[in-house]
Design a binder for this molecule. Structure first.
Ligand code: FE2
Ligand code: FE2
Length: 248
């Protein structure tokens, strides 16, 4: 029995791909098939697969039906967390999604799930992504301060949601945590953040995040051992569509 994670499937069986530039490149060619085959090889029906946001380009649930069916047909138990492109998933409709897709899919928002004696805590997160002003040598010399202020508010809201997820799990008796974010835990300007601080405060053993696409973004945030925790980027193109084993 194992716990796996991957993010950013960006399925679009019934919808228009809205970032064709972002999703060009060999790694995205037939990525649905590559991922399906990799899952069939590695994930067993007893395993759990956490999908870390950006599931579908669909604007609403109708446009996501086949995408969610694809996810449903993957092996193992599937846990979904929210990404910035998941327009079908209004926070207030999480209960309805869980009703519709149980028992194969679990949508985690303002709640937690579990794997063995670990709590799976999750929120979308947020990271300031610019615009940055760069000099001729490629050094950052400034950034859009209004956007940064806006980002601060979104980060604060997401930290409230993350704390709720941790506290619900803690109140239920969990003492071991794996923390999932869609956005990277730090921006390119930060060495630590409210998210890394919270991971440390609750003793999360691992922090799993996605969202960063393309070679130039893969190292925007933390990789590996850092301040006592293990950080892993699991965006699908980074993993080349092979789900990452998080726990045995
Ligand atoms: Fe994405
Ligand atoms: Fe994203």
């Amino acid at each position: 029995m194992s716990l796996y994670a991957i993010g950013d499937l960006h399925l679009h069986y019934q919808s228009v791909l809205k970032a064709p530039g972002q999703l060009h490149g060999r790694v995205w060619k037939n990525h649905e098939e590559k991922f399906r085959k990799n899952c069939a090889k590695t994930v067993t029906p007893e395993d759990t697969l956490v999908l870390v946001g950006d599931h579908s380009w669909g604007k609403n649930l109708l446009e996501c039906e086949r995408d969610l069916q694809y996810i449903r047909d993957l092996p193992g138990r599937k846990i979904l967390t929210r990404g910035n492109h998941d327009m079908f998933w209004d926070v207030k409709k999480t209960g309805m999604l869980n009703e519709m897709y149980k028992p194969e899919l679990t949508f985690v928002q303002d709640s937690y799930d579990s794997y063995q004696d670990y709590a799976i805590v999750a929120t979308k997160g947020f990271t300031f992504e610019g615009p940055f002003y760069i000099d001729r040598r490629g050094r950052i010399v400034g950034w859009d301060e209004e956007e940064e202020e806006h980002a601060r508010k979104l980060v604060a809201r997401e930290l409230v949601r993350l704390r709720k997820s941790f506290d619900l799990a803690k109140d239920a008796g969990y003492r071991k945590f794996i923390m999932f974010l869609h956005y990277p835990p730090t921006s390119i300007l930060e060495e630590r953040s409210g998210f890394t601080d919270m991971a440390e405060e609750y003793g999360a053993e691992q922090v799993i995040y996605a969202h960063s696409h393309g070679e130039s973004r893969f190292h925007d945030s933390i990789h590996g051992k850092y301040r006592g925790r293990e950080y892993h980027l699991v965006s699908g193109d980074y993993l080349r569509w092979k789900p990452l084993k998080i726990l045995e």
